[in-house]
Write a protein that binds this ligand. Structure first.
Ligand code: ATP
Ligand code: LTN
Length: 335
């Protein structure tokens, strides 16, 4: 309708680089479903970003499909959200190249994720790993997204995206909308259960530190029982001095909706045993319906295919409009 106000846009994505973790769920996916009524939402499987680190091809395909099923099972209704695979929309690669030429070597060198990932993959520090942020900027800017819902670790990527957009707009006039990150207050940085000073991450080699979204309840409970705490025996929120306990409190808070004061009161005078069990059980209950629904959806490949095909079509329509504008502005001859 002509006089209907255009809804604000959202774009986010996750790399199908492994089994989704409780961290990605609490920091990102969990917050997405609630946005569908207010915003025009686009969520992708960032498979092109994933090959910046070596993948087994069949596994990449499987992770991409499981991720789509997990998105839907987490409440992303494909009728209300555009769900698509990044490599199905060629405009991402096309704008990615253009933005490579407007992104500086110096600014890419300062990216924390690049530094971390090149330390972890010292035998494969490829150019894609380095220019990753320019492709991510293309993902966001193609959709003229207003908001990018991500965990705290991705803030720097949204900032560089704004810098690239500002540079381009400065040279050619208003082309891209400047996006803002949308980071949850609690759950933005879930830490490893075994090393609570580092982020829970799906590529972590220590499987005990990481809880997976689709993991069996008994394994989840076992991991929480073994979670690293301290010798204080007091449930109190203090991330500096008590990183393990504070991380568990953060998880419990998101899973149950209780605030830190209520959690401290609930476990006052008790040891860590009952606390860890309660956190584990709350996570099992939080994830149970998602796991069951994901499994059900994975049995219906035809449905998943219909979702990602329709998603790619809708996404490409929006993305191509931005790409055409950009091609014109930089001086490419129209075909
Ligand atoms: P990888 O190990 O492949 O780098 P990852 O497990 O660190 O992956 P991503 O796929 O990079 O996770 O992240 C997906 C989304 O989930 C991003 O928005 C990210 O900010 C968020 N996220 C990932 N891990 C956490 C975490 N531990 N706490 C909160 N949010 C997280
Ligand atoms: N870098 C993100 C994944 C990602 C993304 C995006 C997130 C790729 N493109 C666009 C938001 C918007 C990560 O989770 N590591």
């Amino acid at each position: 309708m002509e006089n209907e106000v255009q809804k604000k846009r959202i774009l986010s994505g996750i790399q199908p680089s492994g089994d989704l973790t409780l961290g990605s769920y609490l920091g990102a996916i969990r917050n997405w479903a609630a946005l569908a009524d207010e915003y025009d939402c686009y969520y992708m499987m960032a498979d092109m970003h994933t090959i910046t680190v070596r993948q087994v091809p069949a596994e990449l395909r499987r992770h991409t499909l499981v991720q789509l099923a997990a998105y839907i099972a987490s409440g992303l209704d494909p009728e209300k959200n555009v769900l698509f695979v990044q490599s199905h929309v060629p405009a991402h690669a096309q704008l990615g190249w253009v933005l490579d030429c407007y992104t500086m070597f110096g600014e890419l060198s300062r990216m924390t994720q690049f530094k971390d990932k090149s330390a972890k993959n010292a035998d494969n520090i490829n150019a894609g790993l380095f220019t990753y942020p320019a492709l991510m900027a293309a993902d966001i800017l193609l959709y003229q997204a207003d908001l990018v819902p991500v965990g705290g670790d991705q803030k720097q990527h949204v900032e560089i995206c704004r810098d690239i957009a500002t540079r381009f707009n400065g040279l050619y006039g208003d082309t891209f909308k400047l996006p803002d990150p949308y980071i949850p207050k609690v759950g933005a940085r879930i830490m490893s259960l075994t090393t609570p000073t580092s982020k829970m991450s799906k590529s972590d080699k220590d499987q005990n530190g990481c809880v997976y979204m689709l993991e069996k309840p008994e394994d989840i409970l076992r991991k929480f029982k073994k979670a690293m705490t301290d010798s204080d025996a007091c449930v109190r929120f203090d991330p500096e001095n008590k990183p393990g306990v504070s991380n568990l409190m953060q998880i419990y808070s998101v899973a149950t909706g209780r605030d830190y004061a209520a959690i401290e009161a609930e476990f006052a005078g008790q040891g860590y045993g009952s606390f860890k069990t309660a956190v584990g059980e709350s996570v099992v209950e939080l994830l149970r319906p998602i796991r069951e629904e994901t499994e059900r959806l994975l049995a219906d490949k035809a449905y998943l295919e219909s979702v990602y095909r329709a998603g790619a079509e809708k996404a490409a329509y929006v993305a191509n409009r931005t790409l055409s504008k950009v091609y014109k502005k930089v001086g490419f001859l129209a075909r």
